[in-house]
Design a protein around this ligand. Structure first.
Ligand code: HDE
Length: 719
C-alpha cells in the first residue's frame, strides 16, 4: 500500500532559524581540531627539540595548514565582487489575478530574502566604484521553494543572444596578455567589441550614465531585465517585467569622485550597506511589475523578447505590489555572500520564462558555473542555498553530501518505498511549464523585430536632464580617450552618430576627431539566416515615446537625509552651541555626523568637548554627502592652517555637494573656490547648496536634493 505523503509547513521565518543551526560561536569554548580533539598548544608546531626540525607526525599542524591551503574557491566568472544582506519581502496587495505564486497571494505575506549586489567586470578584490553595471540578485525563500530574481541595476543588456556572452565578458575583462585594466571598461578590447555590436548601443547609454557609479547600493533600482511570464491558477498567462524601486531614490556620485573613492575606500559600497544595516537604517525597495496581456505581445514598436529594450513606463505603468527590507548583515561573508548560488531557473509555480534568447542561455549557465565554483552538485545543501521547505527526491551522493537519505530506494517509480516521494499534482503545488504553442523550424537566426538598435538609446539620452547628459558625454570621452586604436574610436563615433549626431560630435571633439559622414554599419551578426543582407529592413527606428521621465534619476529625489554622511570640520575653540544644534538637527533627520579635525582625540568648545571621529589624514570629502563648518575664531585659525581642510571644501564644492557654514566658519569658505558664490558679501540663495548662517532646515533641504549638479555648468573647480 502506498504511504500517505505530507509536506511540512516550514513557516515563513524559519530560514533564520535554519541558518542558526549551522552557526557556530566560539564564545567561552575550548579550541579543538576538526575531529573535536581539544588542542593544548596552537602556538608551536611539534619539533625534534626546541631548535629541531618539525615532525611529520604533527597531525594538528598538518590539519590546520591543509585546511588553509584549500580555503579559496574559484571566484565568480562575472559578478565576482559582491556584498549581501538578509531581509524580508512583504506583499502589499494580492497579485492572484495574474499569478498563482504562493508568496504573491495574501497581502501581508512575509517571505525571507537574501540579496546580493555586485559589480560585473572586476575581480573579488576590486573597487566598488568601478564604472560598471551592478548585479541585483534576490533569493526569495518561499514556502514553495526558492525563487531567484537575478537582475541588474539597468533594465536592458548589451547583447541579444546568449551565444555572445563569453565574447562580451572576454572583451570587458582585463586584456589577456597583461591582465590590464582591472574592473574597467575603458580599454581597447571592450570598445572593439562594442563598436562591432550595434545592438549594445542602448545599454551603452545606461553604462555611460551615472547609473554605473551609484552613490550607494541602497540607492539604485533593480530590474529583472528579461520579460518573464506570470501564470494564474486558471492557467492564463501574462508577460511581466520586474522593477525594484529604492525608497531613498536613485542617486549617483560624480565620475571624478568615483575614481577618488576607489583609492580612499575601495570598500565604499560594501561598508555603506553594512553600516546602514548595523545602524538600523534598513534599506528598502518596492517591488513593481509591468503587466502585458498575452494578446498585446506584438503591439509594441519593439519585441518584448529583446533584452536590449525596456517597456517605457508611459506605455505600461509599474504597479507596486510589495516592499523588501534588508535588516540583517550576514554573519560570515564566505559562508553566505560568497557561497550563495543564484539561478534564473530557480522558479516557483506561477512564474515562468519567455523565449528571450539571452534568458534561455542563462538557464543553462548558472547551475553549470556552480559546479566548478562550489565544486559539487550538492551546492543546494549549503545553508544559505537551502530552501525552507523539505527537499525530497532521488538525487543521491556526490561530493560533500549532507543530507542522510534513509531507506533502500532511490528510484522512481518504485514499490520498495511505497512509491515515495510522490510527484505533486498541479493542485498540490507541482510545477507545470506554461503550455506555450510552438510551431517553428530549427534555425540559427534573429528575428527582424530585434533589429532596431538605436531608438531606445535615443529615448534614454533624450530623457536625461542637462547635467546627466553632460556626464554621459564625458564618460564616453573618458572611455574612448583610453582606447588606443583609432579605428575603434572611429567606429564608435559612427555608431554614436546613429543615436544622436550632437552626442557623437561632442565626443569626437574631445577626441580631436570628426564624426564619419556615412559610417559603415557593422551588421554582420544581424544578417538574416538566408545570408541576404538586402533583406535587412530596419525595424521602426523612432520610438513614439520621445522622453520617459522614469529614465532620469532627477525625478526620483525623495525629501530625506536618512543615512546620509555629513562631515563637520572643526578644531579646538569651535562654537559648541552651533555644532550641537546642527548635529542634533541632522541626526534627528536620520543622518550620520562625523567630526573631522586636525588630530584625533577630542576638541574643546568653551564648556563641552567633542570626540573627533576622523582626522584629515583618514577622512576625505568624497566619502561624505555634505559638509558643515561651525564658527569659532580659534577653530577657524586651525582649519585655515590645514591645507587638507581647504581641499576638503574645494572637493565637496566641485562634486556639487551641500556646504553649510556659520559665523567664522564662513571665512574658511572664503579661502576656497566657494568664495566665487559670495559675490561680494551678498547673501547666498541656499538652493545653490551653499547654506550660510541659516537654520539647519535649509541645510537639510539642500542635502536631501542629493547634489546641485547645475553648479558644474558654470564653475570649473580645480580640486
Ligand atoms: Fe549572469 N551570470 N549571465 N546575467 N548574472 C552569473 O553565475 C550569464 C546576465 C547576473 O550575485 C554567473 O553564479 C550568462 C543578465 C547577476 O551570485 C554566470 C548570461 C543579467 C549575477 C552567469 C548572463 C545577469 C550573475 C557567474 C547571458 C541581468 C550574480 C556566477 C546569457 C538580468 C549572481 C554565477 C550572484 C552571475 C552567466 C547575462 C545577472 C556565469 C551566460 C542579462 C546579478 O552563470
Amino acid at each position: 500500500m502506498a504511504k500517505k505523503h505530507s509536506v511540512k509547513n516550514a513557516g515563513t521565518n524559519s530560514k533564520t532559524e535554519d541558518l542558526a543551526k549551522n552557526t557556530v560561536s566560539s564564545d567561552g569554548e575550548l579550541m579543538t581540531t576538526d575531529q573535536g580533539l581539544k588542542i593544548n598548544d596552537d602556538q608551536n608546531s611539534l619539533k625534534s627539540g626546541e631548535r629541531g626540525s618539525t615532525l611529520l607526525e604533527d597531525f594538528i599542524l598538518r590539519e590546520k595548514i591543509t585546511h588553509f591551503d584549500h580555503e579559496r574557491i574559484p571566484e565568480r566568472i562575472v559578478h565576482a565582487r559582491g556584498a549581501a544582506a538578509h531581509g524580508v519581502f512583504e506583499l502589499y496587495e494580492s497579485v492572484s489575478e495574474y499569478t498563482k505564486a504562493g508568496f504573491l497571494q495574501m497581502p501581508g505575506t512575509k517571505t525571507p530574502v537574501f540579496v546580493r549586489f555586485s559589480t560585473v567586470a572586476g575581480s573579488r578584490g576590486s573597487s566598488d566604484l568601478a564604472r560598471d553595471v551592478r548585479g541585483f540578485s534576490v533569493k526569495f525563500y518561499t514556502e514553495e521553494g526558492n525563487y531567484d530574481l537575478v537582475g541588474n541595476n539597468m533594465p536592458v543588456f548589451f547583447i541579444q543572444d546568449a551565444i555572445k556572452f563569453p565574447d562580451l565578458i572576454h572583451a570587458v575583462k582585463p586584456e589577456p596578455h597583461n591582465e590590464i585594466p582591472q574592473a574597467a571598461s575603458a580599454h581597447d578590447t571592450f570598445w572593439d567589441f562594442i563598436s562591432l555590436m550595434p545592438e549594445s548601443m542602448h545599454m551603452i547609454m545606461w553604462a555611460m550614465s551615472d547609473r554605473a557609479i551609484p552613490r550607494s547600493l541602497r540607492m539604485m533600482e533593480g530590474f529583472g531585465v528579461h520579460t518573464f511570464r506570470f501564470v494564474n491558477a486558471a492557467g492564463k498567462s501574462v508577460f511581466v517585467k520586474f522593477h525594484w524601486k529604492p525608497l531613498l531614490g536613485v542617486h549617483s556620485v560624480a565620475w571624478d569622485e568615483a575614481q577618488k573613492i576607489s583609492g580612499k575606500d575601495s570598500d565604499f559600497h560594501r561598508r555603506d550597506l553594512y553600516d546602514a544595516i548595523e545602524n538600523g537604517a534598513f534599506p528598502e525597495w518596492e517591488l513593481g511589475v509591468q503587466i502585458v496581456p498575452e494578446k498585446d505581445e506584438h503591439k509594441f514598436e519593439f519585441d518584448l523578447l529583446d533584452p536590449t529594450k525596456l517597456i517605457p513606463e508611459e506605455l505600461v505603468p509599474v504597479k507596486i505590489i510589495g516592499k523588501m527590507t534588508l535588516n540583517r548583515n550576514p554573519d560570515n561573508f564566505f559562508a553566505e555572500t560568497e557561497q550563495v548560488a543564484f539561478h534564473p531557473g530557480h522558479l516557483v509555480p506561477g512564474i515562468d520564462f519567455t523565449n528571450d534568447p539571452l534568458l534561455q542561455g542563462r538557464l543553462f549557465s548558472y547551475t553549470d558555473t556552480q559546479l566548478s565554483r562550489l565544486g559539487s552538485p550538492n551546492f543546494h545543501e549549503i545553508p544559505i542555498n537551502r530552501p525552507i521547505v523539505p527537499v525530497q527526491n532521488n538525487q543521491r551522493d556526490g561530493h560533500m553530501r549532507h543530507q542522510i537519505d534513509k531507506g533502500k530506494s532511490s528510484h522512481s517509480p518504485n514499490t520498495t518505498a511505497g512509491g515515495c516521494p510522490f510527484q505533486a499534482k498541479a493542485a498540490e503545488g507541482g510545477f507545470t511549464s506554461y503550455n506555450e504553442r510552438i510551431d517553428a523550424k530549427k534555425i540559427r537566426a534573429r528575428s527582424q523585430s530585434f533589429f532596431d538598435h538605436f531608438s531606445q538609446a535615443r529615448l534614454f539620452l533624450n530623457s536625461q536632464n542637462p547635467a546627466e547628459r553632460n556626464h554621459l558625454t564625458d564618460a564616453l570621452r573618458f572611455e574612448l580617450g583610453k582606447v588606443n586604436d583609432e579605428n575603434i574610436r572611429q567606429r564608435m563615433l559612427g555608431l554614436l552618430s546613429q543615436v544622436d549626431r550632437t552626442l557623437a560630435t561632442d565626443v569626437a571633439d574631445a577626441l580631436g576627431m570628426v564624426v564619419p559622414k556615412n559610417p559603415e554599419m557593422p551588421m554582420n551578426h544581424s544578417i538574416p539566416a538566408d545570408g541576404n543582407p538586402k533583406k535587412f529592413q530596419p525595424f521602426p527606428f523612432e520610438s513614439s515615446i520621445k522622453v520617459s521621465t522614469a529614465l532620469s534619476m532627477t525625478t526620483t529625489v525623495k525629501n530625506t537625509i536618512k543615512s546620509r554622511q555629513i562631515a563637520v570640520l572643526a578644531a579646538n575653540g569651535v562654537d559648541e552651541d552651533a555644532l550641537v544644534k546642527m548635529r542634533s538637527a541632522l541626526e534627528a533627520g536620520g543622518a550620520t555626523v562625523q567630526i573631522i579635525a586636525p588630530k584625533l582625540g577630542t576638541i574643546k568648545g568653551i564648556k563641552a568637548q567633542f570626540k573627533v571621529n576622523q582626522s584629515f589624514l583618514t577622512a576625505a570629502s568624497v566619502l561624505f554627502d555634505a559638509v558643515y563648518v561651525p564658527g569659532g575664531q580659534k577653530s577657524l585659525a586651525a582649519l585655515l592652517d590645514e591645507p587638507d581642510a581647504i581641499h576638503f571644501i574645494n572637493e565637496a564644492y566641485r562634486h556639487c555637494k551641500a556646504i553649510a557654514a556659520d559665523a567664522q566658519g564662513i571665512d574658511l569658505l572664503k579661502a576656497t573656490a566657494v568664495a566665487k558664490e559670495f559675490d561680494g558679501d551678498k547673501k547666498v540663495d541656499p538652493s545653490t547648496g551653499i547654506v550660510l548662517d541659516r537654520p539647519a532646515k535649509d541645510f537639510i533641504q539642500a542635502i536631501a536634493k542629493h547634489r546641485v549638479w547645475e553648479r558644474e555648468a558654470f564653475r570649473k573647480v580645480p580640486a
